[in-house]
Design a binder for this molecule. Sequence first.
Ligand code: GDP
Ligand code: MG
Length: 476
Amino acid sequence: MAIIKKEQLKKIQRKATDIFNRTLDQHVTLAVTGLSRSGKTAFITSLVNQLINEGNNSHLSFFNPVHQGRFIAAKRVPQKNLHIGRFEYDASVASFCNEPPSWPKATNGISELRLAIRYKPKSSMLKYATDTATLYLDITDYPGEWLLDLPMLNQTYEEWSESTYALLQLEPRYSLAKPLIEKIKNIDPFAPVDEQLLADIANEYTQLLHTFRHEYGMSVIQPGRFILPGDLADAPILQFFPYTAFDDIDDNAYQNAEDNTLIGMLRARFVEYKERVVRKFYKEHFVNFDRQIVLADCLTPLNNGEASFNDLQHAITLILESFNYGQSSLFSRLFSPKIDKLLFAATKADHVTPEQHPNLVSLLNQLVYQTKHQLNYETIDMKTLAIASVKTTKVGTSLHQGQSIPVLQGRKADNDQLITIFPGTVPEKLPSSGFWDVNTFKYIEFKPQHIYGKHECLPHIRMDQAMQFLFGDKMK
Ligand SMILES: Nc1nc2c(ncn2[C@@H]2O[C@H](COP(=O)(O)OP(=O)(O)O)[C@@H](O)[C@H]2O)c(=O)[nH]1
Ligand SMILES: [Mg+2]
């Protein structure tokens, strides 16, 4: 009899705890973005790897739940949105375990992964209510290029063509775009549309965007979907281009052009793209994000030179528009976003010696905050950090002309050669023109270090600080 009573009591207690747990469960949607090759896949892989292997020599002392001994365990659980691709964690982490190790494969769209993180709540009320609580973390990976399209929502096809044309006038874009601009000049915009011609020129424009991005390290790529189409690859909605000869045509004729003319079709596709691609992304995905990390690789543009660096600066200004929640901003008028914390992280900090990290952060600060005074970020808590999701180098010192200087040691990505270098200094401020003549910074691609299995933690720099800012407050 006594036993039954005890059992029943336990059952009631468990039920009560369940109810409490359910109400105490927290849920955070964390969005990870950045331009292609800024390190999104590496960041998510590292974050998941650190959390699910916590305790196995992970280094997360700046992540409060770990530091305070309240972290219990994290595991992957089925994602919430079944229509979105899965983030390929297993394949990504396996690439670091291979011999020789390699970087995960490049991705071109949106993907998702869900973690359940169990922890002991700190606050006394919660402590007596339940032993453990769970934070569900939905992580979404999406291309930063998609945010570059936001300003298009406010433009007509004519305005967009003109602003794109102005951008194409600047080097290095101009020399590369000249043949295409000439070709566009020579077509009759009011002739009945030739679908093949339109597809061919759109394809040429897309190739040009790839060249800007991948060969010249330019960051402002519009439309962003053209180089990162996700599931829209080859869809006609991505087949249009800026008409670069508006000055030569009659405005009335343009306004009255039917959809079956070349220019009419271009205009119709542009409008369709804005509605079905740009607006759809913000409405279906962006408005659901609670927390956002924007990854920026400042080191590659620094290595590429002035044009590439200035373009990064321009891209960051455009990206920031998506977080400009001021009453009068385009963004707030169109959507009701709810992001309350925004982290800007300078990635690949393992490419510079540690004493350069403060400079890297202050450079990023200047890139981010240059426009801050014009915008209204009151509702968002913002922070900047220098991180390495996957640390590839070891720090040491070396004697140079009788002086001890900090150096890095790592394996070169192309030939696996072990090298020791001083990669150079990072400017603390936005470089002026004179800087580029004396810039000595050298970016060498490193191979990741091998880990012995997926249960081993990847070496990192400040991933714990990133986690603390992004969701540590939800695990109190
Ligand atoms: N040294 C170093 N290189 C990194 C790091 N993260 C990314 N990379 C490099 O940047 C490339 C692109 O990273 P990835 O995560 O695929 O970028 P994504 O296109 O934004 O997803 C990788 O292949 C690496 O060469 C890092 O933390 N340290
Ligand atoms: Mg990726």
